[in-house]
Ligand binder design. Structure first.
Ligand SMILES: [Co+2]
Length: 207
C-alpha cells in the first residue's frame, strides 16, 4: 500500500545534513547550541560582511558603483569575492526603496550575503511582501514616507538581487572600513535602512 508522506519530500542535501547533525549530537561531539551559533555566524556576520564591503566601496568610489550597478557579479570580483549567479544591484534613492524576495523558494545572493535568514524562507514573508510591502516593512520596524515608492524584486535561480542602501547623512568623515561596519544584512535585503552611528536616524533623512 502506497504511503502518503506526512511532510513534503526533503531535498537530498537537507536529509543528509539532518542525519549527520543528529549523529554528532547523539555522540556528544557537538551541541545544538554550537551548531546554531555557527549558522548564526554565517547568517549574520561572515556572509553579510562581504556585501557590507561592497556597499561601502560603492559609497566611496563612484566608478566602482557604476560598474556594480552595470554588472554586479563581475564588479564584486574586484573585492576578491566569488562570482555567483548574475547579480543585479538595486540602488535605493530618497524616492525609491527596493526590497528583495524569492516568492518561489529561497534564492538569495549568497555570493554577497552568505546564508539567508530563516524569515526570508518563510511562506508569510514570501507571499506578503509582494502584496503589502509597506505593512511587511513596518513589521520589520521600517516605516517609509508615503512618497517613497517601494519596489519588490523576485529572485530566481538565474538572477539574484542585492540592495545598495542609501549612505546615511552624518557619515561624511568615515572611512570605507568604518562605513562597512554600519551596513547590515537586512539593509541589503531591503527590510531596513542604514543608520549613522550615534544618531537615532530618521528614515529619509537624506531626502
Ligand atoms: Co528561489
Amino acid at each position: 500500500m502506497a504511503e502518503t508522506p506526512a511532510v513534503p519530500h526533503e531535498p537530498y542535501a537537507a536529509s543528509r545534513t539532518k542525519a549527520l547533525e543528529s549523529l554528532l549530537l547523539e555522540k556528544g561531539l557537538l551541541t545544538t547550541e554550537f551548531i546554531d551559533s555557527i549558522v548564526r555566524r554565517y547568517e549574520q556576520d561572515i556572509g553579510p560582511l562581504k556585501g557590507a564591503k561592497v556597499v561601502a566601496r560603492a559609497w566611496v568610489d563612484p566608478a566602482f558603483k557604476a560598474r556594480l550597478l552595470a554588472d554586479g557579479a563581475t564588479a564584486i570580483l574586484e573585492l576578491g569575492l566569488d562570482r555567483g549567479a548574475p547579480l543585479v544591484v538595486l540602488e535605493n534613492t530618497p524616492g525609491a526603496h527596493n526590497v528583495v524576495v524569492c516568492t518561489l523558494c529561497s534564492c538569495y545572493p549568497w555570493s554577497v550575503l552568505g546564508l539567508p535568514p530563516t524569515w526570508y524562507k518563510s511562506p508569510p514573508y514570501r507571499s506578503r511582501v509582494v502584496i503589502e510591502p509597506r505593512s511587511v516593512l513596518a513589521e520589520f520596524g521600517l516605516t517609509l514616507p508615503e512618497t517613497t515608492e517601494i519596489r519588490v524584486w523576485d529572485s530566481s535561480s538565474d538572477l539574484r538581487y542585492m540592495v545598495l542602501p542609501e549612505r546615511p547623512v552624518g557619515t561624511e568623515g568615515m572611512t570605507e572600513e568604518e562605513l562597512a561596519t554600519l551596513v547590515t544584512r537586512d539593509a541589503m535585503i531591503g527590510v531596513a535602512v542604514v543608520r549613522a552611528p550615534l544618531d537615532g536616524g530618521t528614515v529619509g533623512a537624506s531626502a
